[in-house]
Write a protein that binds this ligand. Structure first.
Ligand code: MN
Length: 426
């Protein structure tokens, strides 16, 4: 086990057992003080963010540099992500050491500590990367089977290609927003009955999709695929993704080229990027892949044991209500296979590109990762503690998702991705 993953490591910063951000995590984010001021790159420790820009400027460590410039001075993580695994591992080891309970440099320097450790509730988290390209896969077999069964019947649920390649589509990067961004219900063209004319108006079947995305570090040159055995070196970390979906718009528009406007209006992501280095102890075996994937997709890597939960809170509810418990290991295709497939043609990827997993549904009904599946097209509405029921997402609802991997004595968490739905804009 790498020393930065040692369960016995402790920080001098107090970290509660259920905290998502022990010293073994050290995710990366970008934020600024709610009171105003500069934007800075940070990590999380317990209930605090650590200002890496200011910490480096204080001279206690020499952070990663590119072309003679400090990458922790940037407003996004793209440059750091592009530097590759050696730079990531060095930065992680340095930050871990500075936060260690046995290391006096920061622990015993009160003025520096007060300057660089800021209570999390005093900062506003921002989108940590400039996302150049966004791909959404469709890699949970249970999700694909559920949706296929609803629309084509159980015999035709999985199309012939599904077990041979990670199905996906190119999404819209401009509308990827950070957790907490309020969203207006989208409007679009829908059809109520096949023999009627389409109408334009607010979507009536608004849905979420529980997904986890990975972000690429160093890219590849156009024309040079990334072999599946090298994909690990190109993946920086992961974030939670809510791939908002307007099911009525999707149903009418998707033939024959796939999702378009049903999903281009917003995709919400969590503000922290959890590194693959932090997730290393949670690697798990993937599913049996039968038929055997073609050689360019063959790998045992890329599956992790990460608990996932979805909560729904209506405006008149005091607390969020859990409506789904799933796990990242439920994916049939792993992120390493997804990246090998994405680049197999020679398509180039760049630092900070986002690849979402597809809705992650498990085998049990309470592990389905969308309202479409949880309510089975609205046939079995969800009962809420306030006495209301939900077939799909209503105006005023807040959907939040969380994820965490549990080890003996600590938890590697993703924080949350939350989004509040406002009425359609007139
Ligand atoms: Mn999706």
């Amino acid at each position: 086990m790498h020393p930065t993953n040692d369960p016995n490591l402790k920080s001098f910063v107090d970290v509660k057992p259920e905290s998502h951000f022990p010293i073994q995590n050290l995710p990366y984010g970008v934020c600024r003080n709610k009171a105003g001021g500069e934007v800075f790159i940070c990590t999380a420790i317990g209930d605090y963010v650590l200002n890496l820009k200011k910490l480096e400027a204080s001279g206690v460590f020499d952070g990663p540099e590119l072309d003679g410039k400090r990458v922790f001075n940037e407003r996004t993580l793209n440059k750091f992500m592009g530097m590759g695994h050696k730079a990531w591992a060095e930065a992680r080891a340095t930050i871990s050491n500075l936060l260690d309970a046995d290391e006096p440099t920061l622990r015993d320097n009160e003025s520096l500590r007060e300057a660089v450790l800021i209570p999390m509730d005093e900062v506003e988290m921002m989108l940590p990367v400039q996302i150049g390209d966004y791909t959404d896969f469709y890699s949970s077999k249970q999700h694909a089977t559920n949706v296929g069964t609803m629309f084509r019947g159980p015999e035709n649920a999985l199309k012939p290609n599904w077990k041979h390649l990670p199905v996906g589509y190119h999404g819209r990067a401009s509308s990827v927003v950070v957790s907490g961004t309020e969203l207006h219900r989208p409007q679009g063209q829908t059809i109520l009955n096949e023999d009627e004319k389409p109408v334009f108006g607010p979507s009536k079947l608004l849905d979420f999709e529980l997904e986890v995305g990975f972000l690429t570090g160093p890219g590849n040159a156009l024309g040079s695929p990334i072999p599946v055995e090298n994909t690990r070196e190109h993946i920086f970390g992961m974030m939670l993704v809510n791939d908002w979906s307007a099911r009525d718009i999707q149903k009418w528009e998707y033939v024959p080229l796939g999702p378009f406007l049903a999903k281009n209006w917003a995709t919400s992501v969590s503000p922290w990027i959890v590194t693959l280095d932090a997730l290393e102890p949670f690697k798990t075996e993937g599913p049996d892949q039968d038929p055997e994937p073609l050689p360019y997709l063959k790998t045992k890597d890329g599956w992790y044991d990460i608990n996932l939960e979805v909560y729904l809170q209506a405006e008149n509810m005091d607390d969020p209500h859990c409506i789904c418990r799933s796990n990242y290991k439920n994916l049939y295709w792993s992120m390493n296979q997804q990246l090998a497939h994405q680049t197999a043609t020679g398509c180039n990827v760049r630092p900070g590109d986002l690849y979402a997993s597809g809705t992650i549904s498990g085998e049990t009904e309470d592990s389905y990762g969308s309202m479409l599946e949880l309510t089975w097209k609205g046939e079995n509405p969800i009962q809420l503690p306030n006495g209301e029921e939900r077939k799909f997402i209503e105006d005023g609802d807040t959907v939040s998702m969380t994820g965490y991997a549990d080890a003996d004595g600590y938890r590697i968490g993703f924080g949350e991705v939350s989004g509040h739905i406002l009425p359609a804009k007139k």
